[in-house]
Design a binder for this molecule. Structure first.
Ligand code: FAD
Length: 496
């Protein structure tokens, strides 16, 4: 049973915003507490509510302060203070979140920002691992490692923005996942702080069988159990000279899913394995694929492995007469401009303001047996049931031996709709269709963006009887519900 704020605090008066700010200044220093009104407004939302933000409308609770912690000790002190005073804390590092993870469900909260914690603590070239603070940007780290001949193998589209703490907290995945895995396959050890101020460190070992793997309490917690302050991830040899790119056009998604499955089941490990439907391919590959689906592969690693992987994939695809191979340089060029940073965000903002045409994505995963059906049903239902849709489609971008994901992409015109209604008129109903179809077909409602507050209403359906474990974790580690309250688990589900 979750405890209400009144139960924690008794008759103790809630602190005012000014008192919260003064206390934060004492802990982290005056210069590290931001109270600028515009910054606070922008810190009340993430990209889930980008239309409201672009329209200058802010409907969520505005934080009392953005607190820029400089070290683990300060994080511990801030958390302890907030825990004792019932103040909701929104952990943040790179600020690239989607799914309303950075919104607060409570007034007078703080954003605890770790983006100043930027130390790369150790690049251990012999044991092939790197340790860094939570605020180290992935792009910065990756570029540094590449200069030394190494790579993290992690390359989410948000690489120019995302930072190590957030990447671990969201259970993120990158474009080379079919070879390197998601962040959960890369994390070796961690340091994290719990709301009572307890600092815990999970040591760096290649594997251990000493009970449950407690890294998984922390990875993917979305700031709702603890604050990640330090991360150690594996590193790999970087051999871009051996990269091989492959692209094929084809007529339909069913064949595409079959090919992806065959490649995975045969045991090949391309770093990239992607399948775009016609609608989505039109936005990426219109210069060579008119009204076609597109399959993309990349093979990497030691020369012999990259070549064998590429040859194996070409042999499999060659069995399908409808597939036409395209020049590999087209795929390489496309791939090099796939990532999004502040420039692309600014361009998108301009476009949305000018056109009132809005794009979003929802990603799910399921096994091979059901994925095509989920893809078909969702595209059909969104096109039929949602008003003002301009297009809906998607791609598969992360495959496994037993299934794959679909990353649905959809655009709609915003018609006769005030900014604060956009979410309810368009985005949430689309999410609902996709989430419910994925769960109904035995899949998962979220492949990599995280649950946030946008998909939290379905968390019991997603977990089934294992919701008991999730709820028990939350109640054990954050009994006062001050860590991103309502994220992953809606507050009312904790009270049941
Ligand atoms: C254009 C674009 C492309 C994207 N592409 C991908 C992709 O390819 N793959 C992918 O997986 N995701 C992708 N994302 C989603 C997002 O970038 C990732 O979830 C990323 O891991 C978030 O990292 P961040 O540092 O920006 O975290 P933030 O945005 O700061 O926070 C994200 C969540 O983690 C929590 N959090 C942040 N830091 C900490 C911490 N130190 N301790 C505890 N909790 C913390 C926050 O409370 C929040 O719930 C994309 C987003 C955008 C905007």
């Amino acid at each position: 049973m979750a405890i209400t704020r009144e139960e924690i605090m008794g008759n103790k008066q809630a602190l005012t915003r000014l008192e919260i700010v003064a206390s934060m200044k004492k802990i982290v220093g005056e210069e590290h507490v931001i109270t600028d009104e515009q910054v606070l407004k922008e810190s009340s939302v993430d990209r889930y509510r980008k239309y409201e933000e672009y329209s200058g409308v802010f409907t969520r609770p505005i934080p009392a302060a953005v607190v820029k912690a400089q070290n683990t000790q300060q994080i511990a002190e801030v958390l302890r203070f907030c825990n004792e005073n019932g103040i909701n804390v929104i952990p943040r590092t790179g600020n690239s979140a989607l799914e309303s993870m950075l919104e607060s469900t409570r007034e007078n909260h703080i954003v605890l920002d770790g983006s100043d914690m930027k130390k790369i603590i150790k690049i251990d070239e012999y044991n092939m691992q790197v340790t860094c603070e939570a605020g180290v940007g992935l792009e910065y780290l990756e570029n540094l490692l590449r200069e030394k001949g190494f790579t993290t193998g992690h390359s989410p589209q948000s690489k120019p923005m995302a930072q190590m703490g957030g990447l671990v907290a969201t259970r993120s995945i990158g474009q080379f996942s079919t070879l390197y895995g998601g962040i959960e396959d890369m994390v070796v050890g961690l340091e994290a702080v719990f709301p009572n101020g307890e600092i815990t460190r999970i040591k760096n070992v290649p594997r251990r069988a000493a009970g449950p793997d407690i890294r998984h309490v922390i990875i993917g917690n979305e700031g709702s159990l603890c604050y990640i302050t330090e991360v150690t991830v594996k590193i790999f040899k970087y051999m871009p000279e051996n990269n091989k790119y492959y692209g094929f056009t084809l007529e339909n998604m069913k064949t595409g899913f079959e090919i992806l499955r065959e490649v995975m089941v045969a045991g090949f490990k391309p770093s990239i394995a992607r399948l775009y439907d016609k609608a989505d391919a039109a936005g990426h590959f219109s210069h060579f694929a008119k009204d076609k689906c597109v399959l993309v592969f990349m093979a990497e690693g030691p020369k012999e492995i990259a070549e064998a992987t590429g040859n194996g994939i070409e042999k499999i695809v060659a069995k399908y007469a409808e597939c036409q191979q395209v020049d590999s340089s087209l795929i390489e060029q496309w791939f090099l401009q796939l990532n999004w940073g502040p420039k692309q965000i600014a361009e998108e903002r301009e476009e949305i303001i000018q056109t009132q045409n809005m794009g979003f994505t929802t990603e799910i995963a399921s096994n091979w047996e059901t994925i095509h059906e989920i893809y078909e049903v969702c595209c059909k239902r969104v096109a039929e049931e949602i008003p003002d849709i301009t297009w809906v489609g998607g791609h598969s971008s992360h495959s496994y031996i037993n299934g794959t994901n679909v990353y649905f992409v959809y655009y709609y015109n915003i018609v006769d709709c005030p900014p604060e209604e956009e979410i309810n008129k368009y985005h949430n109903p689309i999410n609902k269709i996709i989430v419910e179809e994925a769960i109904k077909h035995g899949g998962t409602m979220v492949h990599h963006h995280g649950v946030g507050k946008a998909r939290a209403p379905w968390i019991k359906d997603e977990y089934g009887s294992s919701f008991y474990i999730l709820k028990t974790l939350k109640n054990a580690f954050d009994p006062n519900n001050v860590m991103n309250a309502g994220n992953i688990i809606p507050v009312k589900f904790l009270e049941d």
